[in-house]
Design a protein around this ligand. Sequence first.
Ligand SMILES: *Cc1c(COP(=O)(O)O)cnc(C)c1O
Length: 400
Amino acid sequence: MKTQEYIALEERYNARNYKPLDVVLERGQGIWVWDVEGNRYLDFLSAYSAVNQGHAHPRILQAMIEQAARLPLTSRAFRNDQLPLLAQELCELTGYEMMLPMNTGAEAVETALKAARKWGYQVKGVPESKAEIIACEGNFQGRTITIISFSTEPQYREGFGPFTPGFVTIPYGDADALEQAITPHTVAFSVEPIQGEGGVIVPPESYLRRVRDICTRHNVLLIADEIQTGLGRTGRLFACDWEGVKPDVVTIGKALSGGFYPVSAVLASRDVLGVFRPGDHGSTFGGNPLGAAVARTALKVLVEEGLIENARLQGEYLMGRLQRIESPHIKQVRGRGLLIGVELHAEAGGARRFAEALKREGLLCKETHETVIRFAPPLVITRDDLDWALERIERVLMMP
Ligand SMILES: *Cc1c(COP(=O)(O)O)cnc(C)c1O
């Protein structure tokens, strides 16, 4: 079958909740993917940072095959021999006391919000049903009804109400606004260290440090959503590490499995995750041995293959080269490590046409919002590969 036939099938039988580029992929290896016509592309999106380790990483693939053949799923009605090791290895790597495994990012966020509310009632002493959680304008934390209840993006909400109460939003990057929004009922502040879907928005220098300080002073949990920015993407294990900030709660997902399988987790202290008693919360697939074995190897690959350090080095190089492109279309280049957004002027005709042009040049990326192109290649990328990509990016950004 050819590209157009696959597209026709998908358009006919699949709900149209996405608007993908018209490329039908069938194979991937490292930073490269191939379409059904045999064309090769450099993947400059990495499945929204889920394949930091590169496509079909051989070590993760091997772990997946072995565990799939041995025991894929037990449910949490019984214990398995992979989850305890993932829990230990993840906590030792990140410096947190406990973890709670889920599958998708949205589930990890939901879990963090539930933990924060319960912590608020049991530990902080907030009166029943009064807990408030503060989030930021422009946030993206998933698509469940509760999570879109604090989204400020009209399209994410339109037609999906009524919404979950108990959330307020404040401007992103404004620590004073946080301090003003806190009430005696505030249990948590939920923030992305860099807003990915929001357009790769980097907050002002020392914002996270100030936020940390404010949360500590008011006994409010700082929840960092590192689902996109974590696990090496910005050149540190967590984006919060750039400011030396340790949140009370961290959500991770995406690259936790190297893209093989949905695995997410919440990391926190015993004080916070200790609020869950048996039966309070759960998931049939959360903590399953297949996901746990895959995640254990995905984490080892990140650390042992130096991918976090590589993201920092290659990110500096990519950012420097992008900032030197003298294109009339570019308004700003921003980001950290290998999470970079190129914001175009309103007159540039939208980011989509540049993503389409880059596709024709053999490089896959995606616009986020109308005017930002997001560049986020797998962290295994080399300097030579970046030079190959930059030649094409420069050409496309110079087009009329
Ligand atoms: C992708 C993402 C999520 C949601 O993850 P899903 O696996 O799509 O549910 C949550 N938060 C951030 C910051 C994300 O980038």
